[in-house]
Write a protein that binds this ligand. Structure first.
Ligand SMILES: [Zn+2]
Length: 570
């Protein structure tokens, strides 16, 4: 173990946009991989801070609020609460889950902008943009509609024509109008601040090149943006719902969401520090060069976390740490189809939690994470993994061992000594120790799927050992030998518990207490879990952790999704 493994780690998960609920795609892309990693660090007892919050500004929020007849702030507060509840229900435990509409964020984002402005890191430009006279506001590109100049099809958006795929500038559209209200628009001059990303390209390329260990897909995205060349990017815009630009004569202008949202990680850390009654404590996590910063995101967020936010951090006059890794994931498909939030074709977290336990979903997603390519979630696969793996492999091992110890050894770890161990005992202990080491090195490298192969194999090794050492036979012929093999099986169970803990924290916390462990599992439980098991330690009375799922439950889920795909027949 190198000393870098003990460095403090700041983990962020992409800020969910407070315009709706969390679904399986979000979970597989960012939130579960982040929680798996954070729980792994907590299990090892290494210092970690886990930061997230809702991203609450921008046009879509104002449109939804308008539709519902409430204020944007009411909408985001409501959604923030339900997103926070969903995460808690699934066992995703942030150290702070903030909101970008809070005062601490307005202050932090405004100060960030002021620093860049004061040090001449921003440039001002005047451009022509479409303005709605009836609404007295400028419209964002994708809310402008017109006829495509390339293929003449109607209904092309200001940023892209969906018919021919051309990317467009809104001024190219023929007969441009408001996409939502159909009203005519006029071009007006407006002045904005831009960050000249081109000036940072060389340093960004060197920064990315200094991380050959990053995932291939992430480096690939960066290379293609570098090839296109980075240009100026607006950091302010003309809408009402956002962090006001902190300069005189900028009424009606706010920070662009892409600029203020990542600063949300910093303000959420500041808010955490204030809650700790140590307001400057955020600095060590962001400004001490020995801190590792890890951003968990889906692939649609790569450019913001590998290029734009790092450029902002480089441009700031104070020293900030740059991300040590950005383990972005590909997309999760559902029953072979792309998820679609507009059609509601997704599995929404609040619905899932109403009907199922959290651990099976965490487990099934861990087994099928889209780490290097898109993956597919099916309800049939969910049931199979729950029944065959959580139930028949892990649950079975737990049951058999505990049942025997309670029945024949009064629920105490049986007597055993080192010199009583036979070849078969040494063999399983060595096999599981080796799997545990491999598991840990995969977890260090964000390779959860490979780590789970090791955990699964450890469960299988435990079951095989139980069959072969056969305490059900030796209890009739050799009670001492029977006890030794149960002690060995319990030792295996401890290792399995460690390996499954970050993925299935609910069940493993219970197993940990049944095993009579003293250290809190996610507060450095690792070390106690590796120690030799002490004879005579009392064990708890276990229950079935992972029952089989009724086929009707699964069929109902499949039917729900089918209805969404065939709205005409529903
Ligand atoms: Zn077109």
């Amino acid at each position: 173990m190198s000393e870098t493994d003990f460095r403090r780690t700041l983990v962020t998960a992409a800020l969910p946009y407070a315009n709706g609920q969390i679904h399986l795609g979000h979970l597989a892309g960012a939130y579960l991989p982040a929680d798996f990693y954070v729980r792994y660090l907590r299990l090892r007892g290494w210092p970690v801070l886990f930061i997230c919050g809702t991203d609450e500004y921008g046009v879509p929020i104002t449109l939804t609020a308008e539709k519902l007849g409430i204020s944007p702030k009411e909408l985001v507060d409501r959604n923030h609460q339900s997103i926070e509840d969903s995460f808690a229900g699934l066992g995703i435990e942030f150290d702070n889950f903030s909101q970008t509409s809070r005062e601490v964020h307005r202050e932090t984002a405004a100060a960030f902008f002021r620093d860049l402005h004061a040090h001449d890191r921003l440039v001002q430009k005047t451009t022509q943009q479409f303005y709605s006279p009836s609404q007295q506001r400028f419209l964002a590109d994708r809310y402008i509609e017109g006829t495509c100049p390339k293929c003449q099809s109607e209904g092309a958006r200001g940023d892209q024509c969906e018919n021919c795929g051309s990317s467009l500038d809104p001024t190219e559209l023929i007969d441009p109008h408001d996409a939502l209200k159909g009203e005519p628009l006029e071009l007006r001059e407006t002045t904005h601040w831009y960050i000249p990303l081109g000036e940072w390209q060389e340093r960004l390329e060197a920064f990315i090149a200094s991380h050959p260990e990053w995932k291939e897909n992430v480096k690939q995205y960066c290379r293609s943006w570098f090839n296109d060349g980075l240009g100026d990017r607006a950091v302010t815009r003309d809408i009402a719902w956002g962090v006001p630009v902190p300069l005189d004569d900028h009424e009606g202008k706010v920070l662009y969401v892409w600029f203020d949202a990542p600063v949300g990680y910093i303000s959420a850390t500041r808010e955490w520090a204030i809650d700790q009654e140590d307001p400057e404590a955020w600095r060590v996590w962001w400004q001490d060069e020995t801190t590792r910063l890890i951003h968990f995101i889906g692939k649609d967020n790569v450019v913001f976390h590998t290029l734009m936010f790092p450029a902002m951090l480089m441009a700031h006059s104070e020293p900030f740490v740059l991300p040590d890794n950005v383990p972005a994931n590909e997309f999760l498909n559902l029953e072979g189809q792309k998820l679609s939030t507009s059609r509601g074709f997704a599995v929404w977290l609040p619905d899932y939690l109403e009907r199922f336990e959290p651990d099976p979903l965490r487990y099934v997603i861990a087994r099928g994470l889209p780490e290097t390519r898109d993956m597919n979630f099916t309800w049939e696969g969910f049931q199979a993994r729950n029944d065959n793996e959580l139930g028949n492999n892990f649950g079975n091992l737990i049951n058999r061992v505990f049942t025997f110890v309670h029945k024949y050894f009064d629920g105490l770890v049986p007597e055993w000594t080192e010199d009583q161990l036979e070849d078969i005992d040494h063999a399983v202990l060595a096999e599981v120790a080796e799997l545990r080491e491999r598991w840990a090195s995969h977890m260090d490298r964000f390779e959860v799927k490979a780590a789970m192969e090791c955990a699964f194999a450890a469960g299988q090794a435990g079951n095989r050992y139980f069959d072969e050492s056969a305490p059900f036979r030796t209890r009739k012929t050799d009670m001492v030998r029977c006890g030794v093999s149960l002690a060995v099986a319990l030792q295996v169970l401890r290792q399995v518990c460690l390996m499954l803990a970050p993925i299935c924290p609910f069940g493993m916390t219970r197993l940990w207490s049944w095993l009579g462990m003293e250290t809190p599992l996610f507060f450095g439980g690792w070390e106690e879990g590796l120690r030799d098991i002490e004879a005579g330690r009392p064990l708890g009375q276990p229950e079935i952790l992972y029952p089989r799922l009724e086929p009707e439950l699964i069929e109902a889920e499949v039917a729900r999704l089918r209805e969404l795909l065939e709205p005409g027949d529903g």
